[in-house]
Design a protein around this ligand. Structure first.
Ligand SMILES: Nc1nc2c(c(=O)[nH]1)N=C([C@H](O)[C@H](O)COP(=O)(O)OP(=O)(O)OP(=O)(O)O)CN2
Length: 184
């Protein structure tokens, strides 16, 4: 029995999308107006995946079970960023707010940001912090979360499906996305 069905050709394919929501704080340090302030968002995050359909088993007729996709989004994004505060490593507030005057923590943060583009861990008083190599705009978060989720989608489908778009709603009116496909 074939494992997949190829109900797409070079110009058509199956796309699925799943959404989760997280709450997180940030500031856009260079912004000329209110986004310069410390503030928070209810981020809505959509993951769009493309691939052939499974032709047998519990995912028969699916690109990737929505529940499996949710699991991967929760591990890759929610578990690390929900209720975290995100600042750019170059933000002058980062050092004081996150307790980076502590030498050992400061060293760990600098090493992680330089190697991985981000540090996720605990700062002053055990507060969950996220230090990024880039400013936490919706565009940069879309790429960051795309890069964390993409390998999980491939692994969860044994290489059949891929993440083609990660869309971040920063407010009910504004979104940014990253990936090779423009979402509808
Ligand atoms: N291209 C981007 N522009 C802006 C970003 C961003 O990440 N990418 N971020 C901000 C602010 O952080 C803010 O979250 C959005 O601000 P705002 O324009 O106020 O969005 P609203 O939906 O709240 O707009 P209202 O005018 O209040 O309805 C700014 N720009």
């Amino acid at each position: 029995m074939p494992r997949t069905t190829n109900a797409h050709d070079a110009t058509t394919w199956h796309l699925i999308s799943r959404e989760i929501g997280i709450d997180a704080g940030h500031r856009v340090m260079d912004h000329g107006s209110k986004c310069h302030n410390l503030h928070g968002h209810r981020y809505r995050i959509e993951a769009w995946c493309r691939g052939p359909l499974f032709a047998a088993g519990e995912q028969n007729g699916m690109v990737l079970d929505f529940g499996f996709l949710k699991d991967e989004m929760m591990h890759a994004i929610d578990a690390r960023f929900d209720h975290a505060f995100m600042l750019c490593v170059d933000d002058p507030l980062c050092r004081a707010m996150f307790g980076l005057d502590d030498g050992a923590l400061s060293h760990r943060v600098a090493a992680a940001v330089s190697e991985d583009g981000l540090f996720l861990g605990h700062g002053r008083d055990g507060m969950q912090i996220c230090v990024l190599a880039v400013v936490p705009t919706a565009e940069n978060l879309a790429k960051l979360w795309f890069d964390l989720l993409a390998p999980r989608v491939v692994a969860r489908t044994s290489g059949q499906a891929s993440l083609v778009c990660l869309k971040v709603w920063e407010t009910p009116n504004c979104w940014a996305s990253y990936g090779p496909v423009i979402p509808g």
